[in-house]
Write a protein that binds this ligand. Sequence first.
Ligand SMILES: *[C@@H]1O[C@H](CO)[C@@H](O)[C@H](O)[C@H]1NC(C)=O
Length: 259
Amino acid sequence: MSLTEGHILNVWIFFSVFLRFGIFTDGQIVYSITEEVNPGTAVGNLAKDFNLNLQDIERRGFQIVSETNRRYFDLNVKTGILLVKDRIDRDEICEQNVKCSLPLEAIVNSPLNIYRFEVNVLDINDNSPIFPTAKTTLNISELAFPGEQFALPSPFDADVGSNSVKSYKLSPNEHFSLDVQSGGEPSVSAELVLQKALDREKQPVIELTLTAVDGGKPPRSGTMQIIVNVEDINDNIPVFSSSGHLSILSARCQYLPVV
Ligand SMILES: *[C@@H]1O[C@H](CO)[C@@H](O)[C@H](O)[C@H]1NC(C)=O
């Protein structure tokens, strides 16, 4: 095969692939709307985008046939415009999937023509982060070292992407700070970090408020109360062993300073 013949063949393949996908591929018409828009909101002009003649579609009928997604949309047969019919709650339909695309099919009768398209439903920040409980209790020993970390329950945000939990705040206090990690599931999580040793005699219970903030504009937040019970090392009863040496019954006695 000469170079020229090869070149012509490539061009031919290019055009046949282009024509296949240009004419027959489904779902190339994609509309986007935000979730929770009012019924009656126009989504797109199907007649214009599929090059349909308005007198023709009115006579032949133009309707959406997709079983599952038909309930959300109406087709105005006089204008060829796709309208929102019912409430579209992205967070219910697509849950935690960032991409929320509804495949749809419309038909025109006699002869039967099928038109496939998609509606992308975009997230709005309509949900706040929610912790599994309003209040959580941590029992932390007086012997805990600064730097020790304590796991916290994660909040859930029904929104996705930038509208999910992005940061945390801890109420001002002397003893604890937060270690915030991103990249896990949920995408941003927080642990409590002891900054300054605890002293039960001074403060037996420390009350903190943890706030989870999402990345929406404006942001929404949710809070959880953290009750830290400081456990006394003297809760461990001193006993004399048979050999007469004082020892302390504690799972953490290895942390006791040698005096
Ligand atoms: C904390 O300690 C108390 C007893 O002092 C116990 O009843 C409770 O279950 C403990 N809580 C946790 C979360 O370990």
